[in-house]
Write a protein that binds this ligand. Structure first.
Ligand SMILES: Cc1cc2nc3c(=O)[nH]c(=O)nc-3n(C[C@H](O)[C@H](O)[C@H](O)COP(=O)(O)OP(=O)(O)OC[C@H]3O[C@@H](n4cnc5c(N)ncnc54)[C@H](O)[C@@H]3O)c2cc1C
Length: 276
C-alpha cells in the first residue's frame, strides 16, 4: 500500500518545527529517520495531513557530553551516537545495546529521539534510557519540560508527550564510578526486534533491572543488595509481574523464562566486570 497524500514541511530551526507542530495539531507528525513512520504510513495505520521533516535541522543535530549526561538532539542519528569512539566509556550500556538494533543501514538513518518518541515496547533505546534513569526534553510553543524516563513510557507506543511537543533531546547519564552495566537480548534472528531484552545496572546499593519486549512498555525493577541465593526468586517475581502475553513470536511462559535467564545472565555479567 502507499500512504495517503500529505503535505511536507522542512523547517530550518527547532523553533520553526515546534511552530509547525502547534499549527498542525493532531494531524501533524514529525518525520525524523522515517524508519518506523514510513511503514506506519504505508500500512495506513496513521494518516497525518502534514509531515514535518526535522532530519536536516542544524540546531537539533548534536551529540554532547556535558559532564553528566550524553545529550542527543532530535536530528542525531543512532549511528552518530554508536560510532563515537568514546561511547563505550561514556555510556557503556548504550554501546552494548546498539548492535542489537536491526542493521547498520537502519541505524544510519533512524534517530535516537525517534526511537524514544515511537516507544516500541521491544526497542533497545527506551530500555537503556529507563535502566539508566535518563531524561526526555519535550519542547513546544508553550515552552520546555523535562520528563524522567520512569514517567515517559506509558504503554504500547504511548508516551507522556503531547501532540504539540517535539522530543527535542534525550539525556543518557554518563557511566558513574563503581557502577557496572550489561545488556542481553533474545530475538528470532540477529537484528529482529527483541522477544525479550534486559539491561542490568549494578552498584553498591543494589541492582536496576529493566526488561523490554514482555510488557506493553519497558519495565524497571530495583532490587536492594540481594544475596546471590535470593536473586533467582526476586527475578522470578518480577517475571510474573510483567504480565507477559502469548503472541506469534513467543508464549508468555517462554518470555518469563527469558526474563529469568537473561536477567540472571546480565546481572552476573555486570557483577563480573571491573568497576571504574
Ligand atoms: C527493518 C527495520 C528493523 C528495525 N529493527 C529495530 C530493532 O531491532 N530495534 C529497534 O529499537 N528499532 C528497530 N527499528 C526501528 C528503528 O530503530 C527506527 O529508526 C526508530 O524506531 C525510529 O526512529 P526514526 O528516526 O526512524 O523515527 P521516525 O520513523 O521518523 O518516527 C517514528 C515516530 O516517532 C515520531 N517522532 C520521531 N522523532 C520525533 C521527535 N523528535 N519528536 C516527536 N516525535 C517524533 C514520529 O512522528 C513517528 O510517529 C527497525 C526499523 C526497520 C525499518
Amino acid at each position: 500500500m502507499k500512504p495517503q497524500a500529505f503535505d511536507y514541511a522542512r523547517p530550518d530551526s527547532a523553533d520553526e518545527a515546534v511552530g509547525l507542530l502547534a499549527d498542525g495539531g493532531d494531524d501533524a507528525r514529525i518525520l525524523a529517520g522515517g524508519q518506523s513512520l514510513m511503514a506506519v504510513l504505508n500500512l495506513r495505520l496513521a494518516q497525518p495531513s502534514v509531515l514535518i521533516d526535522i532530519s536536516r535541522v542544524p540546531d537539533l543535530n548534536y551529540v554532547k557530553n556535558d559532564g553528566k549526561t550524553l545529550a542527543i538532539g532530535a536530528a542525531a542519528t543512532q549511528g552518530m551516537v554508536e560510532w563515537r569512539g568514546e561511547l563505550a566509556r561514556e555510556v557503556p550500556l548504550l554501546a552494548q545495546a546498539f548492535p542489537h538494533i536491526s542493521h547498520f543501514q537502519i541505524r544510519n538513518r533512524g534517530t535516537v529521539c525517534g526511537s524514544i518518541a515511537h516507544a516500541d515496547p521491544s526497542a533497545e533505546l527506551p530500555l537503556a534510557l529507563l535502566a539508566l534513569g535518563g531524561q526526555v526534553v519535550l519542547r513546544s510553543r508553550r515552552g520546555r519540560r523535562v520528563v524522567e524516563a520512569d514517567d515517559f513510557f506509558q504503554g504500547m507506543l504511548m508516551t507522556a508527550r503531547a501532540a504539540d511537543e517535539l522530543v527535542e533531546e534525550v539525556r543518557y547519564p554518563l557511566a558513574r564510578s563503581g557502577e557496572r552495566y550489561a545488556f542481553e537480548e533474545f530475538s528470532g534472528r540477529h537484528g529482529d526486534f527483541a522477544v525479550c531484552a534486559v539491561a542490568a545496572v549494578v552498584n553498591q546499593d543494589g541492582i536496576r533491572l529493566a526488561v523490554g519486549g514482555v510488557s506493553d512498555r519497558p519495565r524497571l525493577k530495583r532490587f536492594g543488595a540481594l544475596a546471590a541465593a535470593d536473586l533467582d526468586g526476586a527475578i522470578n517475581d518480577f517475571a510474573w509481574e510483567l504480565d507477559a502475553k502469548d503472541d506469534h513470536h513467543a508464549s508468555a511462559k517462554f518470555r518469563r523464562q527469558l526474563v529469568r535467564h537473561l536477567g540472571r545472565t546480565a546481572i552476573e555479567r555486570a557483577r563480573a566486570q571491573e568497576s571504574k
